[in-house]
Design a protein around this ligand. Structure first.
Ligand code: 5GP
Ligand code: ZN
Length: 118
């Protein structure tokens, strides 16, 4: 499902709407960034378009400017927390670890990050 309207039962639409609490670290007219509730690194921030799109591929097709903004904002989130090196991850599909089907980029930084990922 995709489109700008808030989606019922979508946790991240709830955070965008202010109905679900979150620790927001950056905001723009089109994006919000908030701390992951279960952090996997000293910096673990989720970058979320305000509009609901299920996956990064859907966002790329529907609104590539917002995807480009998200990538720029990821660098800004890391820099704000003192990190020049970071990982930006989009899990896509349940088998790849996606559990919230409102596109989000994970910004991970502040510890050595192994490759390949698990
Ligand atoms: P995914 O598994 O879809 O790639 O990532 C979803 C992420 O959202 C997980 O890292 C999970 O910890 C985080 N998450 C799930 N529910 C909430 C919530 O209500 N608040 C916050 N801040 N993070 C959440
Ligand atoms: Zn949503």
């Amino acid at each position: 499902m995709s489109g700008p309207e808030a989606v019922a039962d979508c946790m991240f639409c709830g955070i965008v709407a202010g109905d679900v609490p979150a620790t927001i670290v950056r905001e723009t007219p089109r994006l919000i960034a908030f701390r992951d509730i279960d952090p996997q690194a000293p910096t673990h921030v989720l970058l979320v378009p305000r509009a609901h799109h299920a996956s990064v591929a859907e966002l790329a097709g529907a609104d590539p400017d917002v995807l480009a903004e998200l990538v720029r904002e990821a660098a800004a989130v890391a820099a704000d927390e003192g990190h020049s090196a970071y990982r930006l991850v989009f899990n896509t599909g349940a088998e790849a670890g996606q559990s919230v089907f409102h596109v989000h980029g994970h910004v991970l930084a502040g510890r050595p990050l192994a490759w390949p990922p698990g």
